[in-house]
Design a protein around this ligand. Structure first.
Ligand code: FCB
Length: 493
C-alpha cells in the first residue's frame, strides 16, 4: 500500500468525527435524561430491526480505549458531540454534575493525547422534556439551547476553543419534523418551517452567549451539503438543481452567512415567515469563526415536465459506484462545492466536518480489508487538496467516522468506521483504512515538522502558517479528474 501525500497548509487538522447518541450507549447511566432518539428509536417500525442506541459502541465506558485508538491513528483533532440530556437532563434548569463530568474528563484526556477537541453541542438528541413541550417549533427551545450552550462553555471553555453549535439543521428540521424519518418523526410542513427557523435562531443565540463566557472561542455551525447537479444543460433541469440547492443548503447557509433566507426556497415552501421576529436574522447572522461542511454524495435533478428528446446531449445518469447507503461516490463534488461556497459567500475558515462511506466490510483472519473505503477517502482528501489549491481556506478534514456506530433509523446495518465494532463483544478492530490514514497523517505531520508535543501546545490556537493559505503550492501529483461517467455537462456553480 503506497502512502499518497497531499498538499495542505501547516496546522491543517486531520480528524475523525462521532456523535453522542451514535456511540455512547449507557442511556440510563450517570443521571442522563431521555432524548427524542431514545423515545423514537424504541417505537416499533421506526428503525432497522428495532435497533436503538441503548448500548451502541459503549463509548461511555470505553472512552479511554477509544482515545488510545485516536492517538495511534495520529489525528490532531476529534469532533464528538455533547449530549444535552446528559448535561441538563430536563432540558432547562439543573446541571447534572456526572454528565458534564464525563465530557470534562474526555476533554482532559484528549488534550493529554495531543488531540484538539472540536465538540458539537447538538447532534440531534433533544431532551424529550422539551419535545413534549413542543420541541424546535417552539421559540423557547432556541433560548433553552443557548442556555445549555452557555453552561457547557462555562465548564469546558477554559480548554475547548473550537465549537460547533448545531449538526445539520436540515436533518433536524426537515427530516425530523416534515419528512419524519428522524426523531421526533413528525410530518408537518408548519412544524418544519418553525423548527428550521428556531434551530438557526438557537445557533445565533448560542454564538452570542458563548462569546460572553468564552471570548476566545471559535464557533460555527455544521451544514450537510450534497452536490445538486442537473441531469442536462437544459435550463429547466438547471433550475430544478438550483432549487434543490436553495432548499437543502441555501436555506441554512444564507441566513447564517448573509442574514437572509433564499427567496426561491421561501417561495417553494410558501413560507409566510410568521416566526421571524424583528432582529432574528441579525442574531442568526452573528459572524462565525469557522464553518463546517459535511459532504457525502451528489444528487441529480431533472425537470419532470421535460422530455428526454428536448434535452441536449449528454444526459447524466446515476451510474457511479455506490456505498451501502445507496449514495453515489462523487469526489469531484466536494471540490466543486467548496469552490462554489468560496465564490458565493464571504466564508470564514472552513472545515470538512464529515466525509466517509459505509461499505459491506467483512472480517478475515482478524482484519478488515476495506479497499473501497480507503479509495473513497483518498479520492475525497485529494479533492479537498484541490479545493485548497483553488484558494479555499480549508483548515481540517474529519472522517466520518472514527468507528462503526448507530446509523440512526438504519440502525447497525451501515458501517462507516475506520475501526470495526463487534457489537457482540465490543471488540475494536482497526480496518485497513485506519492503517492507511495513520500513514497519511504521519507523513503529513512529519513533513510539516510537527510532533505530538506541538499538537498539545497548539490545542487552543488556530494555527496556520503565514502565506500558506490561498497561495498553496499545487497538489503534488497534479489535480486528478476522478469524474467517471459524469459526462461533460457544465454544472451550475
Ligand atoms: C450525517 C450525520 C452523521 C452520520 C452521517 C452518515 O448526516 O451527521 O451523524 O449519520 O450522516
Amino acid at each position: 500500500m503506497t502512502t499518497p501525500s497531499f498538499s495542505f497548509p501547516d496546522g491543517f487538522h486531520w480528524g475523525a468525527a462521532t456523535a453522542a447518541y451514535q456511540i455512547e450507549g449507557a442511556v440510563h447511566e450517570g443521571g442522563r435524561g431521555e432524548s427524542i432518539w431514545d423515545r423514537w428509536s424504541h417505537i416499533p417500525g421506526n428503525t432497522l430491526n428495532g435497533d436503538t442506541g441503548d448500548v451502541a459502541c459503549d463509548h461511555y465506558h470505553r472512552w479511554q480505549e477509544d482515545i488510545e485508538l485516536m492517538r495511534q491513528l495520529g489525528i490532531t483533532a476529534y469532533r464528538f458531540s455533547i449530549a444535552w440530556p446528559r448535561v441538563i437532563p430536563n432540558g432547562t434548569g439543573s446541571v447534572n454534575p456526572a454528565g458534564i463530568g464525563f465530557y470534562d474528563r474526555l476533554v482532559d484526556a484528549l488534550l493529554e493525547a495531543g488531540i484538539t477537541p472540536f465538540p458539537t453541542l447538538y447532534h440531534w438528541d433533544l431532551p424529550q422534556v422539551l419535545e413534549d413541550e413542543g420541541g424546535w417549533p417552539l421559540r423557547s427551545t432556541a433560548y433553552a439551547f443557548a442556555d445549555y450552550a452557555t453552561v457547557v462553555a462555562e465548564h469546558l471553555g477554559d480548554r475547548v476553543k473550537h465549537w460547533w453549535t448545531i449538526n445539520e439543521p436540515f436533518c433536524v428540521a426537515d427530516l425530523g419534523y416534515r419528512v419524519g424519518e428522524k426523531a421526533p418523526g413528525r410530518h408537518s410542513d408548519h412544524d418544519f418551517l418553525a423548527a428550521a427557523h428556531h434551530v438557526l435562531l438557537g445557533h445565533g443565540l448560542a454564538v452570542q452567549a458563548m462569546r460572553t463566557v468564552s471570548p476566545d472561542a471559535n464557533i460555527g455551525i455544521v451544514a450537510n451539503v450534497d452536490n445538486h447537479i442537473p441531469v442536462s444543460a437544459h435550463p429547466a433541469d438547471q433550475r430544478a438543481a438550483a432549487l434543490a440547492h436553495a432548499v437543502n443548503a441555501g436555506w441554512y447557509l444564507d441566513p447564517v452567512l448573509r442574514g437572509e433566507y433564499p427567496e426561491a426556497a421561501v417561495n417553494h415552501h410558501h413560507w409566510d415567515q410568521r416566526e421571524v421576529a424583528p432582529g432574528d436574522l441579525d442574531i442568526i447572522s452573528t459572524p462565525v469563526d469557522h464553518h463546517g461542511v459535511n459532504y457525502y454524495t451528489r444528487k441529480l435533478h431533472e425537470d419532470e415536465g421535460i422530455d428526454d428528446s428536448e434535452r441536449p446531449d449528454p444526459i447524466l445518469t446515476a451510474d457511479l459506484p455506490r456505498t451501502t447507503m445507496g449514495w453515489e461516490v462523487y469526489p469531484d463534488g466536494l471540490r466543486e462545492l467548496l469552490v462554489r461556497f468560496n465564490d458565493e459567500y464571504d466564508l470564514p475558515p472552513v472545515y470538512i466536518t464529515e466525509n466517509g462511506a459505509a461499505f459491506p466490510d467483512t472480517v478475515e483472519d482478524g482484519a478488515v480489508h476495506d479497499e473501497d473505503r480507503r479509495d473513497y477517502l483518498e479520492r475525497h482528501v485529494s479533492a479537498a487538496a484541490e479545493a485548497v489549491a483553488a484558494g479555499v481556506d480549508l483548515r481540517g478534514y474529519f472522517v466520518w467516522s472514527l468507528m462503526d456506530n448507530y446509523e440512526w433509523a438504519r440502525g447497525y446495518g451501515q458501517r462507516f468506521g475506520l475501526v470495526r465494532i463487534d457489537y457482540d463483544t465490543q471488540e475494536r478492530i482497526p480496518k485497513d483504512s485506519y492503517h492507511w490514514l495513520a500513514s497519511v497523517i504521519a507523513s503529513a505531520r512529519s513533513s510539516s515538522g510537527e510532533s505530538g508535543e506541538e499538537a498539545v501546545d497548539d490545542a487552543g490556537d488556530e494555527v496556520v502558517v503565514e502565506g500558506l493559505t490561498a497561495d498553496q503550492p499545487a497538489v503534488e501529483d497534479g489535480p486528478v479528474d476522478h469524474r467517471d461517467g459524469g459526462g461533460d455537462v457544465e454544472v451550475g456553480g
